[in-house]
Design a protein around this ligand. Structure first.
Ligand SMILES: NC(=O)c1ccc[n+]([C@@H]2O[C@H](COP(=O)([O-])OP(=O)(O)OC[C@H]3O[C@@H](n4cnc5c(N)ncnc54)[C@H](OP(=O)(O)O)[C@@H]3O)[C@@H](O)[C@H]2O)c1
Length: 322
């Protein structure tokens, strides 16, 4: 008798749960599932359409650029790899062809360039564009980081960081834009940083260069919206790459330290896949970061005084720790 009563109670409990699910769960989950399925199908279709597109990736010799090369090559894009170290670019080219042997595309093109030599870029870049006769996507990824105090940093270092991270992207974009305008299509992706949205102590030159990028892309996007040219600014948080090792210090030396935050950052492959998704969705502004940096960005906009106070505290703490 007792067990029968318990069974009836359990059944009634399940009935209530089922009734609640029908009332609230189904109207939410069903449209979500349909939308999710539709989104997956759309992305698959767009991914296929990416095949054969000509994609130029700067800073392709390591880190995020190398991961981007794998991601875009694996969907069939024709890749142009750009950076200063030819040997590393050749390594990446061989890796791409060995790893994705069945992908029906062309061998990657190597373009050895120092992007800070702004006035020497045009001829070489045009030669590379002419190999496939067009350029569909430019991923402005190359960059350097910086560690130092405002007061002790040589202005030459501020200029070097600005040249590497800002002027090189602007110059390269201006070389490819006439081709994109003639084709009546094109997409330029600027790899910025969370530090392009918020500035933190001891990163003045880096944060300034990335803030400048944000402004340039936002303006270009508006001006060229009638020419079918898309612009995406990607602002990642820390990524596990050699960025801090290659960073420059206030006196122009190489920093040469793998920072803890960088070492525990996102995998480059993950960030590259997020960037591919943002290209497929033609997103304008993408932040790829954990929750805390996203909160800091919101805090900087809504409560600037509180943000400045936190940054002052952080500066004093970092001074004490060093
Ligand atoms: N790692 C992070 O935590 C993080 C976070 C947010 C944003 N980012 C951004 O992600 C981008 C890629 O950096 P990464 O993290 O992948 O660092 P990385 O491994 O040091 O890669 C930097 C790339 O830029 C290239 N490069 C630097 N100066 C150049 C120049 N003058 N001309 C041509 N190429 C140049 C380097 O190639 P060569 O040495 O062969 O020239 C290298 O391939 C940068 O824009 C960086 O600001 C990184």
């Amino acid at each position: 008798m007792k067990t029968m009563k318990r069974e009836e109670e359990t059944l009634a409990g399940w009935n209530i749960i089922w009734w609640l699910f029908k009332l609230f769960g189904l109207p939410i989950t069903l449209p979500w599932l349909i939308y999710h399925f539709y989104d997956i199908m759309q992305q698959k279709r767009k991914k296929t359409a990416l095949g054969n597109k000509v994609v130029m990736i700067t800073g392709a010799s390591s880190g995020l650029g190398e991961a981007l090369a794998h991601t875009f090559y694996s969907v069939g894009c024709r890749i142009i790899l750009v950076s200063r170290r030819k040997k590393e670019l050749e390594r990446v080219k061989n890796d791409l062809m060995n790893t994705h042997q069945t992908v029906p595309t062309y061998p990657p093109v190597i373009l050895e360039l120092d992007l800070t030599e702004i006035n020497n870029l045009k001829d070489e870049v045009i030669k590379a564009i002419m190999i496939h006769g067009r350029i569909d996507i430019l991923i402005n990824n190359a960059g350097i980081s910086y560690r130092g105090e405002v007061i002790d940093t040589n202005v030459d270092v501020d200029i070097k960081v600005m040249l590497s991270n800002y002027f090189s992207q602007v110059a390269l974009s201006k070389i490819v834009l006439p081709y994109m305008i003639e084709q009546q299509s094109g997409h330029i992706i600027g790899v910025s940083s969370v530090q392009g949205r918020i500035a933190i102590p001891f990163r003045s030159a880096y944060a300034a260069s990335k803030h400048a990028l944000q402004a340039w892309y936002d303006t270009a996007r508006a001006e060229l919206s009638d020419k079918n040219i898309k612009f995406t600014v990607v602002s990642p948080g820390y990524i596990k790459t050699a960025l801090s090792l290659n960073a420059v210090t206030g006196d122009g030396q190489v920093y040469g330290v793998m920072d803890k935050a960088t070492a525990s950052g996102f995998e480059p492959k993950y960030v590259a896949e997020c960037i591919l998704k943002s290209v497929l969705k033609q997103e304008k502004d993408v932040i790829i970061s954990p929750f805390t940096p996203k909160c800091a960005i919101v805090l900087r906009v809504l409560f600037p005084s509180l943000y400045f106070w936190i940054m002052q505290k952080r500066a004093r703490k970092l001074e004490r720790d060093n």
